[in-house]
Design a protein around this ligand. Structure first.
Ligand code: CA2
Length: 146
């Protein structure tokens, strides 16, 4: 049976491709999920993708992943910089966690330089555009093979 990877996107990422293409690119979230689902299939993985603008909903999905998923790929959006609740939920998840940021958060405002999620993440990809999700998937496939 193939392993399930949960792909989570946080607040405002539903607007991907619709606004600020100079920062976040032209691909919509649906485009990203379609490409990631196809690549996951090549690695023999299943992908469950979800997006929410609500912190508690993201916490619920991380908790649910404890019993359904081998790994989590997560762009927590602005909650990366603010949410201890999301960090706590991730700390209760046993599999690999990879954090993705479309933009290079270190090149942007100082308040984006710190991520609570990075304290838990096994890897962080930032500034690779939406390709970062595919890079994370490749890394996840490696981590889940071991
Ligand atoms: O670079 C990233 O992926 C971020 O996680 C995106 C967050 C931002 O708060 C983080 O600092 C870095 C913002 C997501 C907003 O996404 C939009 C996409 C298109 C149009 C408007 C917002």
């Amino acid at each position: 049976m193939s392993k399930l990877v949960t792909l989570l996107n946080g607040p405002n990422l539903n607007l991907l491709g619709l606004r600020q293409p100079e920062i976040y690119g032209r691909e919509t979230l649906a485009d990203v999920i379609a490409r990631a689902t196809a690549l996951a299939g090549e690695f023999g993985l299943d992908l469950a993708a979800q997006q929410s603008n609500h912190e508690g909903q993201l916490v619920d999905w991380i908790q649910a992943a404890r019993s359904t998923s081998a790994g989590i790929i997560f762009n927590p959006g602005a909650y990366s910089h603010t949410s201890v609740a999301i960090l706590d939920a991730l700390n209760a998840f046993e599999g690999p966690v990879l954090e993705v940021h479309i933009s290079n958060i270190h090149k942007r405002e100082a308040f984006r330089h710190h991520s609570f999620v990075s304290r838990r993440a096994d890897g962080v990809i930032a500034g690779c555009g939406t390709e970062g999700y595919l890079l994370a998937l490749r890394r996840m496939a490696t981590l889940l093979q071991a």
